[in-house]
Design a protein around this ligand. Structure first.
Ligand SMILES: *Cc1c(COP(=O)(O)O)cnc(C)c1O
Length: 473
């Protein structure tokens, strides 16, 4: 006897669950986009203890509908305009399901050759599709690896940068004294977290001021580096961003890259949210200078129809990354690794074990084709431009600046309090969901247009609701 679900039952429940998910997507607009529950609402409906006796799957699904669904914020709704999109697609869901089904643990080439080789191939494809520098390819000195998130990618970059600067001494001695890292005041918080994790200390993280477009000023970066060098410190790492989280600002990669080259500093370029735009040749101007970067990351789990989690991370010199992170305990030794004939991705990131994430990315690339991806990304940018025009034509609203990609920052002219109240009221109504940022003390509404199912009518309706709400407040 056993307690397992039989293949027969799996077949039956699995098919029902696929139907359930398809129904969900068809009906997603009937839910309030932002979950309306209060803190603790879900917890109090869940028993204090795990069940002693197993239950019917159908009973569990009933609780999904009654307890879990009210506590869901519908990221896949076409009316989700908050934070950044985290768009999904059916081919991606199926790829993820297959990955679960195979249950592969791909830490080494030997633990599933296809898991490694498909990943390498797909990452090389993306170098060409996005027009990235060729040296990021695995066939050159570089190579790509799928990380869970952009945060993990930047941590790996920080560690490799540290080892390159200290000639691989820090890994052994733990002595990172004198090292200094640089970001702008607008850089994502994941770098600060990485600096904490690596034990550098946030006192050694310099925040460079930005220009009026919120992009890092390379002259001030240079000046700070000079000051630190004069003080006997060791500048080792700069993170530049293409599409900052707060306002989608684009740092001048080429100018920053030149400063980094001059002082042998590792340049990491973070394009987590906006990197997908490089699929469109017309948008590659924002990526100029990337050949000066030592590493680069973007998240298909944000804007390339691939479900969370999937961050693509490339390095220009894979030897440095591998030497920084490689470990080889006896129990992982195997012939393929010893011959040096294969990639073992466990040496490319912090964790050992890894999911077969390239499957979902491969499914997405093969389903849409480069043409399909370009079509939909371009459409999101066009909708963003449309929304931008409406804001510009309105007497009551103003625009921060022309959006480079698919995020619009705008506000009502009535001031911070009013805008915050307007946003809270809209989100409470649940028909759309949008969030905000504060720049130099000014409150801005953020409209991120990039959900898989978002069409012109959704953006139009959102604008109508925003204007209508503003008039009635
Ligand atoms: C979202 C984002 C991150 C963090 O992404 P995770 O993958 O969740 O770690 C980092 N940088 C930028 C620019 C982002 O937009």
């Amino acid at each position: 006897m056993n307690y397992h679900m039989s293949p027969e039952q799996f077949r039956e429940e699995g098919k029902k669950l696929i139907d359930w998910i398809a129904d969900y997507y068809e009906q997603v607009e009937k839910y309030p986009v932002l979950s309306q529950v209060q803190p603790g609402n879900i917890t109090k409906q869940l028993p204090n203890n795990a069940p002693e006796k197993g239950e019917e799957f159908s009973t569990v699904m009933k609780d999904v509908e009654q307890i879990i669904m009210p506590g869901i914020t519908h990221w896949q709704s076409p009316n989700f305009f908050a934070y950044f999109q985290s768009n999904n697609s059916f081919p991606s869901i199926l790829g993820d399901l297959l990955s679960s089904g195979l249950g592969v643990q791909g830490m080494l080439w030997a633990t599933s050759p296809a898991c490694t080789e498909l990943e390498t191939r797909v990452m090389d494809w993306l170098v060409d599709l996005k027009g990235l520098p060729k040296h990021f390819k695995s066939t050159e000195n570089g190579g790509g690896v799928i990380q869970d998130t952009a945060s993990s990618a930047v941590l790996a970059a920080l560690l490799a940068a540290r080892e390159r600067k200290t000639n691989f001494a820090c890994n052994q001695t733990g002595d990172n004294s004198g090292l200094v890292a640089y970001i702008s005041t607008q850089t994502h918080s994941s770098v600060e977290k990485g600096v904490k994790v690596m034990g550098l200390g946030t006192d050694r993280l310099r925040r460079i001021e930005v220009d009026r477009h919120f992009a890092m000023r390379p002259d001030l970066l240079e000046k700070q580096i000079q000051q630190d060098l004069e003080a006997g410190l060791k500048p080792f790492f700069v993170c530049a961003t293409i599409g900052t989280t707060s306002s989608n600002a684009v740092d001048p990669i080429e100018a920053i890259g030149r400063v980094c080259r001059q002082h042998s500093i590792w340049l990491h370029v973070d394009a987590a949210m906006s990197g997908t735009a490089a699929l469109l040749p017309d948008y590659r101007q924002y990526f100029e200078g990337l050949e000066l970067a030592d590493s680069y990351a973007f998240n298909p789990h944000k804007w390339m129809f691939t479900n969370f989690d999937c961050d693509c991370f490339w390095v220009a010199d894979k030897a440095v990354l591998i030497k920084t992170l490689s470990i080889l305990p006896e129990y992982l030794k195997n012939e393929a690794t010893e011959k040096g004939a294969v990639i073992d991705y466990r040496d490319w990131h912090v964790q050992l074990g890894r999911r077969f994430r390239s499957l979902k990315l491969w499914f997405v690339l093969r389903h849409y084709g480069a043409e399909g991806l370009r079509y939909h990304i371009n459409q999101h940018i066009e909708l963003t431009q449309l929304f931008t025009e409406w804001v510009k034509d309105s007497d009551d609203f103003e625009l921060l600046s022309e959006p480079p990609f698919n995020l619009v920052l705008f506000r009502h002219t009535k001031g911070n309090e009013f805008n915050k109240y307007l946003m809270d009221c809209l989100n409470k109504d649940g028909k759309i969901y949008l969030t905000h940022t504060v720049l130099n003390g000014t409150f801005w509404l953020r409209m991120s247009i990039g959900q898989t199912q978002t069409e012109e009518r959704h953006v139009q309706e959102a604008w109508r609701l925003i204007k209508e709400k503003a008039e009635t407040l």
